[in-house]
Design a protein around this ligand. Structure first.
Ligand SMILES: Nc1ncnc2c1ncn2[C@@H]1O[C@H](COP(=O)(O)OP(=O)(O)OP(=O)(O)O)[C@@H](O)[C@H]1O
Length: 656
């Protein structure tokens, strides 16, 4: 393979001829099956994938070809201006879009034989592929809108859009446009959703006209190498090179397992305010990038919009995370860097590799509906994306990754790296497997009748509780008056008023699996619409509905976790069968590694284990069989990540 440095502009005419011949033999490229104007609102949620991957290439920029060859005066198609300066060289494509949906890019890889230059054409597949003629609005509609990312965040889920690619390939161009469009659409969509929810509450709600029930806060974080800082922090301080000095923000898990870096969270209440904030953060990013005498591609920039539903304050907060990733660098690109730049490049590449592992694992897990370990604790970037990768999170999440490549043949080596990085994220939708065998503890296997029975039991328990509470009050009053009342008898059939019509919450044909994919506000809305008596006040019904859907999510999560434990157990059994009964503690760590980890944690070890045990007790979970092995797993994961970063540091020090 000829690298961009061995390829010269004199090869371009022959490469273009080979490419033309190849193009003539190819079928007509497939365009999008549904034109932009006819794009429907999001498909059914069952059909949405957890990870969607798109490729994008941009048009060549003016004089870019000449710049890439440092203006080769002897090129056959060089156009020279009066001053003798090359201002134009004909462009040669390094990428061809063969199909847009499903997406297929061909990378044209130049090579050299004794007989002259050659081209190899390698296909890469994604869910979507955007060629140079596709504008930002279409990219936004086909990635963010079609995949329902805004409603996901407004409904308490987590949506993440990531832009990946080589420096100059168009990541920032895409992400800035996505950010501005999100600012444009988010508030309108929030008002529509708010009005719908308020309507279900009753028309006389004070905010029924505006639908103004969401609160939005925004943070903007920059991760440069291992150093996180707040792009919204105003700073006057500059270092000796004139670079702005921002406070380093620690990125770590707190006691309850959240990763919430201490950033300035700005409250915004309109598209205009969000626009202003985005522009401010982007200008800080540009300024610091320019002052550092580099491009923005050296850092990851993460804009997080957090959404709180004031109508359902006890439901999870939604998040929309937009990440403009640092450009990946090849060793060749970084050979002239100073130590600091090399360290940054190494840290960036490491975080991008970890990100790849996590995204792949998430995509695989969703496609197979099974358990796959997601190593999100392995570095700061993936830790910051914990809500996307933590399999134990109850929040639904979805990620769209847009991989950008340069259109030029001189960049094909880089482009193939980018495409082979992102292509494995594309997974086939889960195969229809027929109904899973019934398992009383796994709602995903329940039929309609069992689901109705469970819902009825949930509402009955709630009604019994309020009946008991009402009786307690009566008994207390009677006691004060020196009287006694009859003990509370079991309700007669039909006597208990549940306050809702269960058949409206779970209509014919619907099962727990269908309810499990509803967002919390959707389930609440359904319950409000099914309200048929004043037995439950609106507020009580809101609470009860959030509790019940929470219980259902919990059962589903526990069923998945049980599966995880079974898989881990069977893995251990397999290892024992093959290797004999090695001196193992729980799972697959040996005693030596276990001891090393305990030394690393010191006194914190027992504090963390006892803390987890306490929490487990409070939550009524299984310690021995479930939470204890998991706690150890987590501690060992962190320890291994620490060991891996020490090893990487050592290796790079040795290289120097
Ligand atoms: N689809 C596009 N159409 C037209 N111009 C584009 C497109 N994508 C990118 N560009 C232009 O290409 C140049 C490089 O794009 P951009 O800065 O977004 O790349 P990048 O990958 O973010 O680079 P870096 O990593 O260095 O920040 C910019 O001048 C941008 O305006």
């Amino acid at each position: 393979m000829a690298s961009s440095s061995t390829l010269t502009s004199t090869h371009l005419p022959i490469l273009r001829t080979i490419l033309d011949e190849w193009h003539q033999k190819q079928p007509v490229p497939k365009s999008f099956p549904v034109p932009l104007a006819e794009l429907q609102s999001p498909p059914s949620k069952d059909k949405l994938k957890d990870v969607i991957v798109a490729f994008r290439t941009r048009p060549p920029l003016a004089n870019e070809t000449a710049d890439k060859f440092h203006a080769d005066l002897y090129a056959k198609d060089a156009v020279v201006d009066e001053a003798g300066k090359i201002f134009s060289l004909q462009f040669c494509a390094g990428i061809t879009v063969a199909s847009t949906e499903p997406g297929v890019f061909f990378a044209h890889i130049p090579g050299m034989k004794w007989s002259g230059p050659t081209l190899t054409h390698k296909p890469y597949e994604a869910d979507l592929a955007f060629g140079p003629g596709v504008d930002n609005e279409e990219v936004y509609q086909r990635t963010v809108v079609v995949n329902d990312m805004l409603s996901l965040a407004l409904s308490g889920g987590v949506g993440c859009i990531l832009a990946y690619g080589q420096t100059g390939s168009g990541k920032t161009f895409t992400m800035e446009s996505v950010e501005h469009r999100v600012a444009r659409d988010l508030f309108d969509q929030a008002r529509v959703m708010g009005k719908r929810l308020l309507l279900a509450q009753g028309a006389d709600h004070p905010k029924a006209d505006t639908g103004d029930i969401f609160e939005f806060s925004v943070t903007f974080l920059e991760l440069l190498g291992k150093h996180a800082s707040d792009l919204l922090e105003l700073t006057e301080k500059v270092d000796e090179n004139g670079n702005p000095v921002r406070t380093e923000i620690p990125v770590r898990e707190d006691k309850v397992g959240n990763v919430r870096p201490n950033l300035v969270a700005s409250i915004v209440s309109s598209s205009e305010e969000l626009e202003v904030l985005i522009n401010k953060a982007l200008s800080h990013r540009r300024t610091s990038a320019t002052l550092r005498n580099a491009t923005s591609s050296r850092s990851h920039a993460m804009l997080t919009i957090t959404v709180k539903n004031t109508l359902l304050p006890y439901a999870d907060e939604g998040q929309l995370i937009l990440v403009d990733l640092a450009g990946s660098e090849r060793h060749e690109d970084s050979k002239d860097h100073n130590k600091q730049r090399m360290d940054e490049a190494r840290d960036n590449n490491k975080s991008l590799m970890n990100l790849k592992e996590c995204v792949r694992a998430k995509a695989k897990m969703a496609a197979e509906d099974g358990f796959v370990h997601i190593p999100w604790r392995s570095n700061k970037l993936t830790m910051l994306l914990k809500p996307i990768f933590d399999i134990e999170s109850r929040q639904p999440s979805r990620a769209v990754i847009i991989a950008h490549v340069s259109p030029h043949i001189q960049d094909t080596v880089h482009s193939t790296n980018t495409l082979s990085y992102a292509a494995p994220f594309k997974t086939a939708p889960p195969k229809p497997r027929g109904p899973a065998p019934y398992d009383a503890k796994d709602p995903r296997t329940w039929d309609h009748d069992k689901t109705v029975e469970w819902l009825t039991a949930q509402f009955t328990a709630r009604a019994m509780k309020s009946r008991q509470a009402a009786w307690n009050v009566m008994e207390k009053q009677a006691k004060l008056g020196g009287k006694r009342i009859e003990p509370l008898a079991a309700p007669k059939p039909g006597e208990l008023d549940l306050g809702v019509d269960i058949s409206k919450i779970c209509p014919a044909g619907s099962t727990a699996k269908n309810l499990g994919v509803l967002y919390t506000p959707q389930f609440v809305q359904r319950c409000l619409e099914a309200r048929n008596s004043p037995a439950l006040t609106l507020d009580e019904l809101n609470h009860t509905a959030v509790d019940i859907i929470g219980n259902l999510f919990y059962l589903i999560l526990t069923a998945k976790t049980r599966k995880r434990n079974e898989i881990m157990k069977s893995r251990k059994k397999l290892t024992t069968e093959v290797y004999g009964d090695a001196p193992r503690m729980i799972k697959d760590y040996d005693e030596e590694e276990f001891l090393e980890a305990q030394i690393y944690y010191g006194l914190d070890w027992s504090k963390l284990v006892v803390g987890a045990q306490q929490k487990c007790k409070e939550e009524g979970k299984d310690w021995e069989g479930d939470m204890y092995p998991r706690t150890l797993d987590d501690l060992m994961d962190k320890f291994r990540a620490h060991k891996a970063s020490l090893a990487a540091q050592k290796a790079s020090d040795a290289e120097e």
